[in-house]
Ligand binder design. Structure first.
Ligand code: TXE
Length: 472
């Protein structure tokens, strides 16, 4: 299989092209690296119809067969790790090491889902009735992925959906369709036709898919604004939804930390994937007594990290993934200049090819500045001073978002107690961004609805059915 050309959609197990196509750019060079099909409405209808046809027999297979298919998908991905790594870097921009880690994560998640069974709970009411609760498939799932982690966030939906006995129509972002199309091509060998359909398309395709009457459940990761639109589309037929949306995660650094070590860990917490990460640290609250030391360490470490084409050796940070986002982040930087915020690092954007924005660290901007309130989704980090714990917890929670956060202190108990006061779905103590297929992840407030991963995430791809029988 070539990873450099011939990208086809997968509809009913067959390679499918379209009369229209779209260009895919490498964000590090702005060169067109591929043309991919721009699905028509008829083709989407075909994909949904194929998924509907395939669903009953897929669900009727013994669970062990579906588990085996997930393992086979993991094997295929693992055996093409370097191909996917290179392709992911070319379409998304992230450094090879991060791309390889992303492929590895997909393999790991598939393998862990392949071990899962769905629980059946039983209750005898003592009056001659046995209540038996099963988790049954919902039907056809629309899996919609964004451009920051195109492979991970696709697999996080596809794996549980398939294991639970649903069939899927996967739609990648128009900015990063290549790895999803290749996964679809690869998995044709191990999945029956119609079980996993992969369609690529322009901006019209998402709404077509979420409004489609043949879709029963939507698994979506993207912005809060688009999440609202998805929820609106779902409402007409009460489709089930899981929404993983934006975040504005706070890190709270207490005065007793090892400053150099914490600054280095939090540099990556804030800037990995060039900060295009729903769980990136987007507000860094540092106690006033160590603020100057901490900012010096953070800036010094930032200067050692190379930004460039993710395919080049030694590069730690790649470009912003697309022009729209690049312009958005530049606008945030311009706003900081306009409003007189001091830059500890960065603040200008180089001319030339590629959507490169060097790391910007802002010196204690006001709480009501755009850089503090908005999800930057790019390397613009406000470093903020605080004085006491109640104050910083209040400021950290003063956000419409509630996705993640972290607390850093030598006093593990105190940090743990503060972590519990954050209104977020995920919070780390003295480290950051370790995720597990066995731990649920989801947002509070406007960061989402429902969770992904673990048994809780798997159950979101099921309906509950309670069967009541008579006990003789
Ligand atoms: O995301 P969208 P965009 C944030 C980030 C960024 C902003 C916009 O702040 O600046 O979102 O990025 C599909 N019905 N995040 O516009 O629109 C779309 O094709 C159904 C946060 O790229 O949310 C893509 O596949 N689907 C985020 C996916 O939704 C629709 C990750 C996400 O696109 C649709 C990415 C519609 N009406 C960006 N409109 C995170 N939380 O990780 C678009 N789509």
């Amino acid at each position: 299989m070539s990873f450099d050309s011939n990208y086809t959609m997968t509809i009913d197990g067959r390679a499918t092209l379209s009369s229209e196509s779209m260009d895919v750019l490498n964000p590090a060079t702005e060169e067109c690296i591929a043309r991919v099909p721009d699905a028509s409405l008829d083709q989407l209808n075909d994909a949904v119809a194929a998924a509907r046809r395939a669903q009953a027999s897929w669900a009727a297979l013994p669970l062990a067969r579906r588990q085996h298919s997930l393992d086979a998908m993991a094997d295929l991905l693992a055996s093409h790790t370097d191909d996917f790594m290179r392709l992911l870097t070319r379409e998304q921009g992230k450094p090879h090491a991060d791309a390889k880690a992303e492929v590895g994560r997909c393999v790991h998640w598939l393998r862990e889902y392949a071990k899962r069974t769905l629980p059946v709970s039983r209750h005898d009411d003592g009056a001659g009735h046995l209540f038996e609760t099963h988790h049954v498939p919902i039907g056809v799932v629309a899996a919609i992925a964004p451009w920051n982690f195109p492979m991970t966030l696709a697999i996080w939906k596809v794996a549980p959906a398939l294991l639970a006995g649903n069939t899927v129509v996967l739609k990648p972002s128009p900015f990063t369709p290549l790895t999803s199309l290749k996964m679809g091509e690869l998995f044709r060998d191990v999945l029956p036709p119609g079980v996993l359909n992969v369609v690529s398309g322009s901006d019209r395709l998402g709404p077509w898919l979420t409004e489609h009457p043949g879709i029963d459940k939507i698994g979506f990761t993207g912005s809060t604004a688009t999440g609202r639109r998805v929820m609106q589309s779902a409402s007409s037929r009460l489709k089930r939804i899981t929404l993983e949306l934006g975040g504005n995660d706070a890190a709270i650094v207490l005065p007793d930390v090892d400053v150099a070590q914490t600054a280095r860990a939090l540099f990556w917490g804030a800037f990995r994937n060039s900060s295009q990460y729903c769980l990136a640290t987007k507000r860094m609250y540092v106690h006033e007594s160590i603020y100057d030391d901490f900012s010096r360490e953070l800036v010094a470490y930032a200067r050692t990290v190379e930004m460039g084409n993710g395919a080049a050796p030694g590069v730690g940070l790649g470009p912003i993934q697309n022009r729209m986002q690049y312009e958005r982040v530049k606008d945030l930087i311009a706003d900081a200049h306009r409003t007189g915020v001091k830059f500890l690092l960065g603040g200008s954007v180089p001319e030339g090819k590629g959507y490169f924005i060097p790391v910007c660290i802002l010196d204690n901007p006001p709480d009501d500045s755009r850089s503090v309130i908005e999800e930057a989704f790019g390397p613009v980090l406000p470093l903020l001073k605080y004085r006491d714990i109640d104050e910083v917890v209040r400021r950290a929670n003063d956000s419409d978002y509630g996705l993640g956060g972290s607390v850093w202190s030598r006093d593990q108990n105190l940090a743990y107690e503060i972590a519990g006061r954050l209104q977020t779905g995920m919070v780390w103590v003295n480290h950051i961004h370790v995720m597990s297929p066995n731990a649920p992840f989801g947002g509070q407030k406007q960061s989402g609805i429902g969770v992904e991963n673990a048994m809780e995430g798997l159950q979101e791809y099921t309906n509950v059915q309670t069967r009541v029988t008579l006990i003789n």
